[in-house]
Design a protein. Sequence first.
Length: 62
Amino acid sequence: MNTQRSSPASRAPQPVIVIVLVLVIGFHAGYSPGQLREIVSIVLVALIALVAARAARLQAAD
């Protein structure tokens, strides 16, 4: 049993930080708004997959 879980609140800002970084770097690199929207949607899908995998791993550990 894993007793050293971090609280959900401590992990919550991470996806937001990733999305903001993608937007800032993409804007600075000169991508168009349509390209940025597509990149952010790909990043969101990847983040959702990571969260689902983490939840499944934690559930399997219990």
